[in-house]
Ligand binder design. Structure first.
Ligand SMILES: *[C@@H]1O[C@H](CO)[C@@H](O)[C@H](O)[C@H]1NC(C)=O
Ligand SMILES: *[C@@H]1O[C@H](CO)[C@@H](O)[C@H](O)[C@H]1NC(C)=O
Ligand SMILES: *[C@@H]1O[C@H](CO)[C@@H](O)[C@H](O)[C@H]1NC(C)=O
Ligand SMILES: *[C@@H]1O[C@H](CO)[C@@H](O)[C@H](O)[C@H]1NC(C)=O
Ligand SMILES: *[C@@H]1O[C@H](CO)[C@@H](O)[C@H](O)[C@H]1NC(C)=O
Ligand SMILES: *[C@@H]1O[C@H](CO)[C@@H](O)[C@H](O)[C@H]1NC(C)=O
Length: 931
C-alpha cells in the first residue's frame, strides 16, 4: 500500500467508501422518539406519534412519507427551518402543548416544504408574534389552532388570514383587546369561514372592511371586558353570510347585542348559553323575531319561566334547553313550534315527560336524558309519531308499559341506559318495528323470558351489560337482524343465545359479584347457535381463580367465521391447544392477564391466517413459542407487560410479515445475549419495535435503569466487525488499484498476473515444508505461572517430552509483542490455553485466543486445547463471547475435575497433543458434560 502514491482527494474518497461500508448505514424502522401508528391497510396514511416524549427539538428521523405528525406535549422551544424540510405529504401537524415562543426568531420560512399541510395545531404554546413570512409556504392550509398563546394584535395573524385556502382560525384564550378589521394592513379578502375569538377580553369587535366575505361563524364566548364589549356595524352587508353566532358567558350590553341580532340577515344557529341577565331583560323577544333562525341553544340559563318566553319562536327546528333547571315546561310554551325537529332537555329537574311534547308532531329527535323521570305513560309519545331518536338515559324509570312506544313506528335509536328498569312490560313484544339501536346498560334487569324482544325484528345493536341477568330459552327469538350484543353474564347465570343466528359481534362481561351457586351451568351449549359470529370478546374485571364459565373447545365449535377473539383475565392457564381447531379464519387473537407459561404452540396450527396477536400481561418469559408457531401472516404482535429478558433474534425469521412489535414493560437483560436482538431492532427495515429506544435494562444489576438500545453491542463482536472492516477496506482498495492498473498498465497486467501465480505456488510449497519449531505454545496469565511451572512443565516437557513455547522463557526480546505471539502460534503445532478468571480478564491472553482461533479458521486445523484451571460457571463466561462460543463447540479439560487423578488428566493432554492436523476426535477429550 505504501508504494502506491494516491492523491489526497483519492485518499478521502477511499476513506469515505470504507466508512460507508463499515458503518452499514441502517434503514432503521424503529424510531428513537416516535411511533408509526399501526394501520391495517398497508397503503394507508402514515400517522407518526411523537407526543409526550419530553422532546426539546423536532426529531430528525421523521419518515418522509408521513401524512400526520403528532408532536404535542413535548418541551420544544424552537422550530428550525430544516426541521420539516422534506415532508411534502404532511397534511396534519400538531405542535400543541409545547414551549414555542417567538416564531419570529425562527426565520421566515420555518414551514417551508409543507405545501400539502391542511391542519396546523399550535395551541398552548407561548407564541407572541408571527413573522409576516412565517406561513407563506403553507398554500394548502385550511385550519389553524392558536388557542392559549400570547398574541395581542390582529396584525399578528394577518399572514394566516391571507392564506389562499384558510377556512378556520381558532385564536381563543390569547391577549387580544380588540379585533377590528380596519387595523389590518391589507386590502384583499380572506377565505376564512370560521373564526373563534372567544375568551379574549375584547373591548371592540368590528368588521368594517370587506375582508371576510365568506365568514359564516363567529364565537365571542367568554369575552368579559369590564363594561362589556361593543360591536360596530356600520354596514350590515359585510355580515350577510354569517349563519352561526355563539355568545356563552359574554359580557355585552343589552343594546349592543340586540343591535347585532337585528343586523344579521342570515343567522341560523345562535347559542346564548349562560346569558341569564340578558334573557331576563327580554332578549328572547328579539331572538324569536329573527326569521332565518333554525337552531337555538340556551344552556345554563336559570331563568324563571324561561319556556314561556319562547312562545313566539315558531320558526325553530332545533332547540336546546339543557341545564336550565326547569322543573317543567310550562304548558303551551313550545306547542307553537310546529317545525321543531330536535328538542334537548337534559335538565336534571323534569319528573315527567312534558305535556307540550304531545303536540310536537314534527319532532324527530327528543333528548330527555339526565332528569328524574320515573314513569312513562302511554300518551307521552302518542302524537310524536315521527320520532327517530329518543334518549332517556340517566332517569329513574323502573318499568315500561306495553303501549309506551306503540306509536313510534319510525323510531331507530332508543337509549334507556342508567335507569332502574326491572321489566319491559311487553313493550318490545310489539315494537318499535324499525328500532335498530337499543341501549339498556346499567339497569336492574334480572330475567329475559321467551319472546321479550319479539317485536324488534330490525334491531342491529343491543347493549344489556351491567344487568344481573338470566336469559331463558328463546328469550332472543325475533332478533333476526341483531349483529352486535353486549351482555353481562353471571357466575351462576343461565344463558341461551338461540335466535341470534345473525349475531356477528358479541361482548360478554363476566360478573363475579354474585356468589357462586351452581357449578354445573354449561355455557358452551349457549354459544352453539352463534354461527355467524365474527368478533367474540370476553372480559372479566375482578380477580378470579377459575370459574364454571367454561371457554372450552366446544364453545368455538360452530363459530366457523370467527375473525377476532379477545379474552381479558378469563383463562387461568393457557387455552387447550385444540381450542381454535374450527376457527381457521381467525385473524386477531387477544389473550391478556393470563398465565401462558405452559402455552403449547400447537394452538396456532389451525389458524394460519392470524394477523394480530396480543398476549400482554401473560407472564411470558421468551418469544420462543413463536418459532414453532408458523405464523407467516402475523403483522402485529403485542407482548407488553411480560417477563421477557432475552430475545433470540432468529425468532423473527419465522414471522416474515411482522411490521409492528410492542414489547414495553419487560425486564430486559443488557448483555451480549441480547446483542443480536439490539442489532436487529436498529437495522431491520420491516418491523417497527414500538418505543424500543425507551426499553430499560433490568439485568444485570450494574446496567439497571440504562437503556437497552444504548448497550454497546460492538464489545460482543469486535473481532468480527474488525474483520469486516479489513476485508471491506481491502475490497475497496483492490477495486481502486485494479482499475488504475487496468487503465494505465493493461499490457503489463497479464504478465504480472502470471508472476503472482508463480509466487503464490512457491510460497505455499515452502510453508508446507517448514517444520514447527515447538509442539505447543502455552498461553497463560502471569498469575497462573506458578501452576504452569510447577505442575505442567515437569509432566509435559519432563515426562512426556514435548517441546513447549512459554512467553517468559521463549519470546525474543525486542520484538513487538504481537509479532512474538503470531510467531509463537504459527511456529507451534498446537496452542494450549490455560484458562482462569484472570486469564479471561487479561487483554493479551484473549488476543492469543483470538489469534489461535483465526488460525483455526484460516488453516482449517484444530490447534486449540482448552485447559480450565478453575470451574467457571456458564453465566460468568457469558461476557466473553468468543470463549463461550468455543466452549460450546468443543470439549475441554478441567483441572479441578481431575481431582486426585492428575495422571489421567495429563494422559488426556498427551493424546490431544498427539492428534494430527485432521479435525480433532472429540471422543478423546471428555471434559465435564453439561456446560
Ligand atoms: C399533495 O397532495 C396531493 C393530493 O393529496 C397529491 O396529489 C400531491 O402529490 C401531494 N404533494 C406532494 C408534494 O406530495
Ligand atoms: C354567501 O352565502 C350564500 C348563500 O349561502 C352563498 O351562495 C354565497 O356564495 C356566499 N358568499 C360568499 C362570498 O361566500
Ligand atoms: C353552523 O350551524 C350549522 C347549523 O346548525 C351547523 O351544522 C354547523 O356545524 C355550524 N358551524 C359551526 C362552525 O359551528
Ligand atoms: C294528539 O293529537 C290529537 C289531535 O291534535 C289531540 O286531539 C290529542 O289530544 C293529542 N293527544 C295527546 C295525548 O295530547
Ligand atoms: C363490537 O361491539 C363493540 C361494542 O359492543 C364495539 O365496541 C366494537 O367496536 C365492535 N367491534 C367490531 C369489529 O365491530
Ligand atoms: C384486535 O382485537 C381487539 C379486541 O377486539 C381489538 O381491541 C384490537 O384493536 C384488534 N387489533 C387490531 C390491530 O385490529
Amino acid at each position: 500500500m505504501g508504494s502506491l502514491s494516491l492523491h489526497s482527494e483519492q485518499t478521502c474518497l477511499l476513506l469515505l467508501l470504507c466508512l460507508l461500508l463499515y458503518l452499514n448505514p441502517s434503514l432503521a424502522y424503529s424510531l428513537r422518539n416516535c411511533v408509526t401508528e399501526y394501520s391495517e391497510k398497508p397503503l394507508a396514511d402514515v400517522v407518526l406519534n411523537c407526543a409526550n416524549h419530553e422532546l426539546l427539538t423536532i426529531p430528525d428521523d421523521i419518515p418522509k412519507d408521513v401524512s400526520s405528525l403528532k408532536l404535542f406535549s413535548n418541551l420544544i422551544k424552537k422550530v428550525n427551518k430544516e426541521d420539516f424540510g422534506n415532508l411534502s405529504k404532511l397534511r396534519i401537524l400538531d405542535l400543541s402543548f409545547n414551549q414555542i415562543s417567538h416564531l419570529t426568531q425562527l426565520t421566515a420560512n420555518i414551514f417551508q416544504g409543507l405545501s400539502n399541510l391542511t391542519k396546523l395545531d399550535l395551541s398552548n404554546n407561548n407564541i407572541q408574534f408571527i413573522h409576516s413570512k412565517g406561513f407563506q409556504f403553507l398554500t394548502s392550509l385550511q385550519t389553524v389552532f392558536l388557542e392559549s398563546n400570547n398574541i395581542q394584535q390582529i396584525t399578528d395573524i394577518q399572514p394566516i388570514l391571507q392564506l389562499p385556502q384558510i377556512q378556520k382560525l381558532d385564536i381563543k384564550r390569547n391577549h387580544f383587546t380588540s379585533f377590528e378589521t380596519k387595523d389590518l394592513l391589507f386590502n384583499g379578502s380572506s377565505c376564512l369561514k370560521v373564526l373563534d375569538v372567544s375568551h379574549n377580553n375584547l373591548k371592540r369587535f368590528s368588521i368594517t372592511t370587506p375582508t371576510f366575505p365568506h365568514l359564516e361563524s363567529i364565537d365571542l364566548s367568554g369575552c368579559r371586558q369590564t363594561g362589556g364589549m361593543t360591536w360596530d356595524i356600520p354596514d350590515r352587508t359585510l355580515l350577510k353570510n354569517i349563519t352561526n353566532l355563539t355568545f356563552t358567558n359574554t359580557l355585552i350590553p343589552f343594546k349592543e347585542i340586540r343591535k347585532v341580532l337585528q343586523s344579521l340577515d342570515s343567522l341560523m344557529d345562535l347559542k346564548l348559553n349562560y346569558m341569564e341577565s340578558l334573557i331576563n331583560k327580554g332578549l328572547l323577544a328579539t331572538v324569536c323575531k329573527i326569521p332565518t333562525l333554525k337552531k337555538l341553544e340556551l344552556y345554563w340559563n336559570n331563568v324563571p319561566n324561561m319556556s314561556s318566553k319562547l312562545v313566539t319562536c315558531s320558526q325553530l327546528s332545533e332547540l336546546d334547553l339543557s341545564d336550565t333547571q326547569m322543573v317543567q315546561l310550562s304548558n303551551g310554551s313550545i306547542r307553537s313550534m310546529r317545525r321543531l325537529k330536535s328538542l334537548t332537555l337534559e335538565n336534571k329537574f323534569l319528573t315527567k315527560v312534558p305535556d307540550d311534547i304531545k303536540n310536537l308532531y314534527s319532532l324527530e329527535i327528543l333528548d330527555l336524558s339526565e332528569n328524574y323521570i320515573s314513569e312513562l305513560h302511554c300518551e307521552d309519545f302518542m302524537n310524536t309519531t315521527r320520532l327517530t331518536e329518543l334518549y332517556l338515559s340517566i332517569n329513574s324509570l323502573t318499568k315500561l308499559d306495553r303501549c309506551v312506544f306503540e306509536k313510534l313506528t319510525l323510531l331507530k335509536i332508543l337509549d334507556l341506559s342508567h335507569n332502574i328498569l326491572r321489566t319491559f312490560g311487553g313493550a318490545f313484544k310489539i315494537g318499535p318495528p324499525m328500532l335498530e339501536f337499543l341501549d339498556l346498560t346499567k339497569n336492574s334487569l334480572t330475567l329475559f323470558e321467551k319472546g321479550d324482544f319479539q317485536g324488534l325484528g330490525s334491531l342491529k345493536y343491543m347493549d344489556v351489560s351491567n344487568n344481573i341477568l338470566r336469559v331463558k330459552r328463546s328469550a332472543f327469538d325475533g332478533l333476526n337482524n341483531l349483529e352486535t350484543l353486549s351482555a353481562s353474564i353471571l357466575y351462576d347465570g343461565y344463558y341461551n343465545f338461540r335466535g341470534l343466528q345473525h349475531l356477528e359481534n358479541l361482548t360478554i362481561y363476566i360478573d363475579l359479584q354474585v356468589s357462586f351457586k351452581h357449578s354445573d351451568a354449561n355455557y358452551s351449549k349457549a354459544f352453539y347457535h352463534l354461527k355467524s359470529l365474527k368478533v367474540f370478546t370476553v372480559i372479566c374485571n375482578s380477580y378470579h381463580s377459575g370459574f364454571p364459565f367454561d371457554i372450552s373447545v366446544e364453545t368455538f365449535e360452530t363459530m366457523r367465521h370467527l375473525e377476532t377473539f379477545a379474552a381479558d383475565n378469563v383463562y387461568i392457564s393457557a387455552p387447550d391447544p385444540g381450542s381454535f381447531q374450527y376457527n381457521m379464519h381467525l385473524k386477531n387473537l387477544t389473550i391478556r392477564k393470563t398465565d401462558l407459561l405452559d402455552l403449547d404452540p400447537e394452538l396456532f396450527r389451525p389458524i394460519p391466517k392470524l394477523q394480530v396477536l396480543d398476549f400482554s400481561n401473560c407472564k411470558l418469559k421468551s418469544l420462543d413459542f413463536l418459532a414453532q408457531a408458523n405464523l407467516s401472516a402475523l403483522r402485529y404482535l403485542k407482548l407488553t407487560d411480560n417477563e421477557i429478558t432475552v430475545i433470540n433474534e432468529t425468532v423473527f425469521q419465522s414471522l416474515p410479515a411482522l411490521t409492528y412489535l410492542e414489547l414495553d414493560n419487560n425486564p430486559f437483560t443488557c448483555d451480549c445475549s441480547n446483542a443480536e436482538f439490539i442489532q436487529w431492532v436498529k437495522s431491520n427495515n420491516q418491523t417497527q419495535v414500538v418505543n424500543a429506544y425507551q426499553f430499560t435494562c433490568s439485568f444485570p444489576a450494574a446496567e439497571q435503569g440504562k437503556k437497552l438500545m444504548d448497550f454497546d453491542v460492538q464489545s460482543c463482536w469486535t473481532d468480527v466487525s474488525f474483520l469486516c472492516f479489513i476485508s471491506s477496506t481491502c475490497l475497496v482498495l483492490l477495486t481502486l488499484v485494479s482499475s488504475v492498473i487496468y487503465h494505465f498498465l493493461r499490457w503489463q497486467l497479464a504478465y504480472g498476473f502470471y508472476l503472482f501465480l508463480a509466487f503464490l505456488y512457491d510460497s505455499r510449497k515452502t510453508k508446507k515444508g517448514a517444520p514447527h519449531q515447538y509442539h505447543a505454545f502455552v498461553s497463560y496469565n502471569v498469575h497462573d505461572e506458578a501452576w504452569v511451572y510447577r505442575e505442567m512443565l515437569p509432566v509435559l516437557e519432563g515426562e512426556q517430552g514435548w517441546r513447549l513455547c512459554l512467553h517468559h522463557r521463549d519470546f525474543q526480546p525486542g520484538k513487538p509483542i504481537m509479532e512474538n505471539i503470531t510467531d509463537a502460534i504459527y511456529g507451534s503445532r498446537k496452542t494450549i490455553c490455560v484458562i482462569s478468571r484472570r486469564y479471561l480478564q487479561s487483554e493479551w491472553c484473549s488476543r492469543e485466543i483470538q489469534m489461535a482461533s483465526f488460525r483455526l479458521f484460516d488453516e482449517q486445523k484444530d490447534v486449540l486445547i482448552l485447559l480450565f484451571l478453575e470451574d467457571i460457571p456458564a453465566q460468568q463466561l457469558s461476557p466473553y463471547y468468543r470463549m463461550r462460543k468455543l466452549v460450546k463447540r468443543r470439549t475441554y479439560l478441567s483441572w479441578p475435575q481431575a481431582g486426585q487423578h492428575t495422571g489421567v488428566f495429563w494422559q488426556k493432554v498427551q493424546r490431544a497433543l498427539e492428534t494430527g492436523d485432521a479435525p480433532i476426535d472429540t471422543n478423546l477429550l471428555n471434559g465435564p458434560a453439561g456446560r
